[in-house]
Design a protein around this ligand. Structure first.
Ligand code: HEC
Ligand code: HEC
Length: 218
């Protein structure tokens, strides 16, 4: 090896060691922080982007169910300031309180929003939001009632359809409505960067939903 090459090699090794050492030092630094701090840091960086991906675009205040009710007006007033307006059917009625609690935290700390644009709802408005989403939310599958969730078809359905919200109750749609709902969900998955089921898996999911749909149960 020529002297010049040796020098380059040595220099490269020194630089590598420097980089590894620095990375280890940074890692130690971040480990010593409380886990909440790290979670907060992560949230600060990519939370609004995550919300923008999860919440489909295009919902307008006028298209909300009972759009002139206190709950719909509160949703439109407070819930489109950091991300797009979410539809009430995005979560099951019983899951909304947890989401609202998290949003309360973001609003308090103004995380993910522009200063000044974010407003804290009054207690009355929070109540209206809870009430509204508790009525107009999506209906989750009753895992105690729907024993077939434990069949292989049921498990395919559950693993694909409970990534963003609770596994939905198949009885909330008629059999002929499910294919188009599933197609819309595949678009939601694509937008959110989640794995999209292939054709065979889609068929299995639709077959399960149809079997337990409103048309079958009534
Ligand atoms: C101060 C900013 C802010 C406001 C105001 C806000 N959010 Fe969010 N929201 C976020 C952030 C940040 C995320 C992404 C991180 C997460 O999901 O925890 C998010 C994500 C979401 C999501 C997608 C994640 C999920 O769990 O499905 C929903 C739905 C949502 N918000 C609903 C609401 C509702 C309803 C309101 C009105 C009460 C609201 N948001 C008001 C900051 C805000
Ligand atoms: C990438 C996240 C995501 C996944 C995964 C997902 N959904 Fe959804 N789902 C949403 C969002 C967002 C909404 C509200 C907006 C809408 O209806 O498109 C929703 C709403 C719903 C609703 C209520 C609205 C209606 O038309 O009745 C049902 C039912 C539903 N999803 C079924 C499913 C099924 C079945 C699957 C599995 C094939 C699934 N979801 C997987 C995001 C998701």
């Amino acid at each position: 090896m020529k002297a010049g090459e040796k020098f380059v090699m040595r220099a490269a090794v020194v630089v590598m060691i420097g980089i590894i050492g620095f990375a280890a030092y940074m890692e130690m630094g971040s480990r010593s922080k409380a886990p909440e701090d790290r979670a907060a840091q992560m949230m600060e960086m990519n939370a609004p982007a995550a919300a923008m991906m999860l919440i489909p675009k295009g919902t307008t205040p006028a298209s909300l169910p009972e759009s002139q009710s206190a709950g719909a007006l509160a949703l439109a007033k407070y819930c489109a300031r950091c991300h797009d307006l979410p539809t009430p059917t995005m979560h099951a009625t019983q899951d909304w309180p947890v989401v609202l609690e998290r949003m309360h935290g973001y609003i308090r700390t103004r995380r993910g929003g522009m200063m000044g644009a974010v407003i804290m709802p009054s207690d009355r408005d929070w109540q209206d939001l809870h009430q509204y989403l508790g009525v107009h939310g999506q209906k989750a599958a009753d895992t105690a009632q729907l024993a077939e969730l434990n069949t292989s078809e049921g498990r395919v359905f559950k693993s694909n359809c409970s990534r963003c919200h609770a596994a939905p109750d198949p009885a909330q749609h008629a059999a002929d409505e499910w294919p188009s709902v599933v197609e819309r969900m595949k678009k939601n998955m694509l937008n959110a960067g989640k794995p999209v089921p292939d054709d065979d898996t889609t068929k299995t999911i639709i077959s399960f939903l149809k079997k337990h749909s409103a048309a079958e149960t009534r």
